[in-house]
Ligand binder design. Structure first.
Ligand code: AMP
Length: 212
């Protein structure tokens, strides 16, 4: 199964991707996590991306498309994958089509802007493995510690309320047009993000049922 998760920052793409990829035994490819990893390792690409990420802007298409091209060619992607945070622009979606990647479905998780702004303030991520948590909706077993790897949970710099507003603008202007792009391809499935993670997961499973 080759799946794209679409939706505003904080809509729950990463959380749902973590759940589905375990069930389907396929990798999640998160461009945001890959960029944060590159930054942590001090690579040239990571340092270049940092400027855009800190401002809530998108990293230039050529950098992102290059990363994805290499990643989907890896052997663990042979049986499918979930794309979380890619594509985010029409040129990125066109590049994916031109790579010959045949996507089965695009799952759009819809959450209102006001709810996103509230949610983002409680979001925490593992600085080691990138797993995501929420202080109200998805608490770790031990406060401040990642269930998966024992890493420390931190707030992302770009989850600050001012940056979140910028990221939402970027989403509406540059990413939302992808809904029409994939709707025209007959691939768009829409799910309304619920307050509780499990409720959204149930809707996601229902939406994906017909694909199996
Ligand atoms: P995310 O973790 O998906 O919210 O991504 C965090 C940040 O990484 C975004 O705000 C962008 O600056 C950058 N980023 C991640 N994925 C992409 C992408 N597909 N295109 C451009 N920038 C991206």
């Amino acid at each position: 199964m080759k799946l794209i998760l679409l939706g505003a920052p904080g809509a729950g793409k990463g959380t749902q991707a973590e759940i589905i990829c375990k069930e389907k035994n396929i990798p999640t490819i998160s461009t945001g996590n890959m960029l944060r990893e590159a930054l942590k390792n001090g690579t040239e690409m990571g340092l270049k991306a940092k400027v855009y990420m800190d401002a809530g802007d998108l990293v230039p298409d050529d950098i992102i498309i290059g990363i994805i091209k290499d990643r989907v060619a890896q052997p663990d992607c042979a049986n499918g994958f979930i794309l979380d945070g890619f594509p985010r622009t029409i040129p990125q979606a066109e590049a994916l089509d031109n790579m010959g990647v045949d996507i089965d479905a695009v799952l759009d998780i819809e959450v209102a802007d006001e709810a996103i702004i509230t949610r983002m303030s409680g979001r925490r991520v593992c600085e080691k493995c990138g797993s995501s948590y929420h202080m109200l909706y998805k608490q770790p077993k031990v406060e401040g510690v990642c269930d998966n790897c024992g890493g420390t949970l931190v707030q992302r710099k770009d989850d600050h309320p001012d940056t979140v507003k910028d990221r939402l603008n970027v989403y509406h202007n540059q990413t939302e047009p992808l809904k029409e792009y994939y709707s025209k391809q007959g691939k768009l499935l829409v799910v309304h993000g619920q307050e509780e993670v499990e409720d959204t997961t149930r809707l996601v499973r229902e939406a994906l049922e017909d694909l199996q």
